[in-house]
Design a protein around this ligand. Sequence first.
Ligand code: PGA
Length: 251
Amino acid sequence: MRKNIVAGNWKMNKTLQEGLELAKSLDQALAGKKLNCDVVICTPFIHLASVCQSVNTEVVGVGAENCADHTSGAYTGEISAPMVASTGAKYVILGHSERRAYYGETNEMLKTKTTLALASNLTPIFCIGEVLEERENGTFFEVVKTQLSEALFGFSAEEFAKIVIAYEPVWAIGTGKTASADQAQEIHAFIRKTIEENYGKEIADNTSILYGGSCNGSNAKELFANPDVDGGLIGGASLEVDKFMPIIEAF
Ligand code: PGA
C-alpha cells in the first residue's frame, strides 16, 4: 500500500546554523512518536551532509530541492544527483514550479534529472501543477497530464514505482490560498487515473500523491482525509517545528 508522506521544502531559507537547529529540533520532537506518515525535509544543498549527520534519518528523511541534469563535468555551480546521494540524502524534489518558472526547467530536462536521480537511488518528489489562468479556464487537467506524460511516462513501470508525485497548484504556493479539499481530491483522483491508464491499477494505487500549496496545521487534516491525498509538500509551514508538527500529526 502507498505511503503517507509529509515533506518540508525549505526553499532558499535558513543559514547552515539555523538549518541544523531546525533539523535537530524536529528530530527531537519526533523521537519516540508513533507516526502515521513518513517525514522528509528537503534542504538547500549546503545543509544536506550536516543535516544527515545530525538527525536520525530513519525518522527524518532528508532530500535536496533540485539536482543537475548532468552527472559530472564542467557545469559551474551545479550539484549532481550522485553528489546529493553522497551526503546521505535519499530524496530530491524535481520540477518545482519555482524551478520551472524562474530557471526555465522543461519537462524534457526534468525527464533527464529524474533519470539521473533514480540512477543514484534517490526518490524523486516530482512536482506538477497548473497556474491560476489554467485553473480558471479549466485546462488544468490537460496541463498536469502533459507534465506527467512528457516528463515521466517514458519510464518503465519499475522506475515509475519509485517516484512520488506532488500536485502543487501554482496559485496556492506561498499565497495563503489553498485548494479546497474537494478541488484537491478531484485532481488527485484524476492524476491517479492517468497513472493507471499508463501503468495499471497496482502501480497507480501504490503511488503516493502529495498536495502542496499553503498547506498548514489548520487545513492539513481536511486535505489529508481525502482518499487520493497521501500527504503534503510543505513550504512556509515547514520552517518552524511548531508549525510543521501539526501537519505531520494530521495523519
Ligand atoms: P507553501 O509552499 O507551503 O509555502 O505554499 C509549498 C511548496 O512550494 O512546495
